[in-house]
Design a protein around this ligand. Sequence first.
Ligand SMILES: NC(=O)c1ccc[n+]([C@@H]2O[C@H](COP(=O)([O-])OP(=O)(O)OC[C@H]3O[C@@H](n4cnc5c(N)ncnc54)[C@H](OP(=O)(O)O)[C@@H]3O)[C@@H](O)[C@H]2O)c1
Length: 308
Amino acid sequence: MRVFVSGGTGLIGNVLVPRLLDRGDAVAVLSRRPEHAKQLWGARVEVVGGDPMLAGPWSDAAAGCDAVVNLAGEGIFKRRWNADFKQLIRDSRVKSTDNVVAALAKHPRRADGTAKTLVNASAIGYYGPRGDEELTEDAAPGDDFMAKACVEWEQAARAVEQYGVRVALIRTGIVLAKAGGALEKMLTPFKMFVGGPVASGRQYMSWIHIDDEVGVILLALDNANVGGPMNATAPNPVTNREFSKALGRVLHRPSFMKAPGFGLRVMLGEVANVVTTGQRVVPRAALQAGYQFKFTEVESALRDVLQK
Ligand SMILES: NC(=O)c1ccc[n+]([C@@H]2O[C@H](COP(=O)([O-])OP(=O)(O)OC[C@H]3O[C@@H](n4cnc5c(N)ncnc54)[C@H](OP(=O)(O)O)[C@@H]3O)[C@@H](O)[C@H]2O)c1
């Protein structure tokens, strides 16, 4: 199949794109940095230059594909949050999705007449801060900034269902990958022997190994029965304290130095809420669809990505 990936140069796309190529799919990647994308994959990928937030000629390339995986979105930890940056966090997701939807709406069927597929990124931030309540895809959304942005993001994607396109919404947890993402930021204090739980340590961290993240996306791409929200989190979420202990064991470093929530809020501002609160999310839809997780325990996932 021919797959169009927007936001494909990031943490998830870097693993997803080679997996698609290895199994024989043709891949087109939309990037605001086409030269960078060409350096990553060379001629194996059709690189389409363009900004997903702005409609443009790239939409013809998207319309010509059998499926779209839409991963575009400004990194939420890139800057201290202010009104402008929050708008960019929201717009880079919702406007990009609007534009992908407009492209698919032009040609919603494949050459063989079957429905096209949109696999759209979303996040467990959809649920907002929820203590230790177990959350499946049916749980109601939260009402903080990230939750409201995720609701709009998902609504934007679902707008293409009216044209018969199958839409899967991948509510991703904390992706554990070899380089980049949240784990890279967590490593520094541990390497400096000052690692430990954040705030109370009781908040849940719903993590997922990058291989399973990509596995869930491929399941959503391939399985015609999958549609609607799908949590991409491992079946065993852990508290922040349990996560810190596992990370300390894997790195052979102490894990008892607490990072107080108050200090983090002063240092980081509003985005600190993302790490001082959490969600206990379970991947019911993926398990029901038959997905078999490669990594179900956080310590073995950390050992694998950190090669320990
Ligand atoms: N990684 C996680 O733990 C995690 C957790 C929950 C949800 N998610 C969601 O999953 C998606 C992919 O995650 P990721 O970790 O692979 O993201 P990432 O590494 O930050 O990459 C996202 C890509 O989006 C594009 N992008 C960045 N800022 C943009 C902007 N202002 N306007 C338009 N495009 C922009 C970039 O592509 P170009 O520069 O090539 O254009 C970038 O490579 C994101 O939407 C993210 O919110 C990720």
